[in-house]
Design a protein around this ligand. Structure first.
Ligand code: SF4
Length: 492
């Protein structure tokens, strides 16, 4: 019987990409996925962005050990990097692997599995902890030498639109953020490795891929500048479009000041009303670059942004939004992260932020209460001048109502419109009612009034909006999957 594993991912899109990569390597090496209550090895891919994220990870580990005491538990991710000792003390934990050593996580997992002879020989087998009572193996330091999970294949399997993480770490120093400590300085995956991933994804029938990173807009800045390889995100994406037939690419979060003129020109050339690819083939709906931009805002107050050590002011942000809308057209969906209750945030500063957010055409907001993280500048600011929890909750409630209005206004604009979309894995209850989940190129979740398999490119017409803001739609034209479609047009 093949050894089994379960991976539980917490945190951001980049962390999920890490988890997907670990799972793909384990599947390729002969292990199979199972429920956490029965798996031989349970990998807990932690987040440490807030104190609540830490608490959730600890609770999950305790629950896993209670319900599956035989499981070897591996804690990895940002919490494992920030405070490995805290996790190593929890019951059932066999190994703690910080982001600095994340590339070794699959090998450690395999070493902890029974029936290791069924596992691929080419993976280094690390001596397992010989008994659950043995001291956990702890791998975490500040060199980040084993932090990229490059070898994991990206396939359109459990996730229709997988993430390809091409950038790791961050060299900024926002005063609230623990990421520079937990993931190290900014590093880029090579363009040849990215190209190889995309070629194999397209060859496996993939239609939409999300490029992600901790600070994606900084991709390429650390690479050797002597060769002819691309050295910026915009140049990289042009190469990817030139050398592969990937139908659709989505960029995840990009910091406001990293939307430079090259990146905006990329949006103008490949999103908007640019014809699809290939120009005469069936995929002629929409551009190859999704009309979706996520720019973390954090606050719309100048003075709060200064205390956060963010590198832009509100008017910079508004300028970038205007440029993006000009480049992509009005169908662009704009999203932002907003932090509420940063130390010392006054009523006046909150209202500045609220009014700024209200003035921009956001399609959605991700709201977070400030959470002090040990080792950051804001930890001390919070100790000196915290915002009371009741005030934070009031402000979050106000912004949540504003965000809900914005979602409704943005999505309602598309009733009666045709949009390009891709079908997703539909939840069982929805599928049973003869409907299909899909996502438009401009990041609108829709329910189609018909049954379709996942990973289908199609053109849809939006017919109505449900009370929960989900858009209802019907297919207008469905792309036929071509098993013989050309995969490579360039150097792959
Ligand atoms: S840009 Fe700032 S908030 Fe974002 S990861 Fe880097 S330090 Fe953290």
């Amino acid at each position: 019987m093949a050894p089994t594993f379960h991976i539980e991912n917490f945190g951001c899109r980049a962390a999920r990409a890490d988890g997907e990569a670990i799972a793909a390597i384990l599947r390729n090496s002969g292990a199979t996925e199972h429920s956490p209550t029965e798996a031989d090895v349970v990998i807990v891919n932690t987040c440490s962005v807030t104190g609540e994220a830490d608490r959730e990870a600890r609770a999950y580990i305790r629950r896993t050990h209670r319900t599956n005491p035989a499981a070897r538990i591996i804690a990895t991710g940002c919490y494992a990097q920030r405070a490995p000792g805290e996790l190593a003390e929890l019951p059932g934990v066999s190994a703690v692997i910080g982001n600095s050593h994340k590339a070794l996580a699959p090998k450690v997992a395999i070493g902890l599995m029974p029936f290791r002879s069924t596992v691929a020989d080419n993976l280094i087998q690390i001596q397992a902890a010989s008994a659950a009572a043995a001291a956990p193996q702890v791998l975490a330091d500040d060199t980040f030498a084993h932090s990229f999970l490059e070898e994991a294949p990206i396939t359109p399997g459990a996730q229709t639109r997988p993430n390809l993480k091409i950038q790791e770490g961050c060299s900024n120093r926002c005063s609230f953020c623990v990421i520079p400590q937990t993931r190290g300085h900014s590093r880029s995956l090579s363009s040849s490795a990215i190209l190889a991933h995309i070629c194999s994804f397209v060859a496996a029938g993939g239609n939409e891929l999300v490029l992600s990173g901790i600070n994606l807009g900084r991709w390429g800045r650390d690479l050797d500048r002597s060769g002819s390889e691309p050295r910026s995100l915009a140049a990289l994406v042009r190469v990817l479009f030139d050398q592969t037939v990937l139908p659709r690419l989505r960029l995840s979060s990009i910091e406001p000041m990293d939307w430079d003129s090259d990146l905006i020109a990329l949006v103008r050339d490949f999103a908007g009303n640019h014809p699809g690819f290939p120009p005469t083939g069936p995929r002629r709906w929409g551009g190859r670059l999704a009309r979706h931009a996520h720019l973390p805002l954090q606050s719309g107050s100048d003075s709060v942004l200064r205390r956060m050590h963010r590198r832009y002011r509100p008017w910079h942000y508004a300028e970038k939004v205007a440029e993006l809308l000009r480049a992509a057209g009005p169908a662009l969906t704009l999203g932002a992260d907003v932090m509420v209750g940063f130390p010392g945030e006054t009523d006046r500063e909150f209202h500045e932020s609220y009014d700024f957010i209200r003035s921009l055409p956001f399609g959605y907001l991700h709201l977070f209460p400030f959470s002090p993280r040990p080792g950051t500048r804001a930890w001390h600011l919070h100790a000196e001048n915290p915002v009371p929890t009741s005030v934070v909750n009031e402000r979050i409630t106000a912004l949540r109502a504003l965000g809900s209005d914005k979602i409704h206004a943005h999505r309602s604009r598309f009733i009666g419109s045709e949009l390009p979309a891709i079908t997703l894995h539909t939840p069982a209850a929805l599928a049973a009612s003869g409907r299909t989940s899909a996502l438009t190129d401009n990041f609108l979740p829709v329910e189609l009034a018909c049954s379709l398999p996942a990973n289908q490119l199609l053109q849809i017409r939006i017919t109505a909006i449900a009370p929960d803001h989900t858009l209802l739609a019907t297919p207008v034209q469905i792309d036929q999957f071509e098993p013989s479609r050309p995969v490579l047009v360039g150097a792959c």
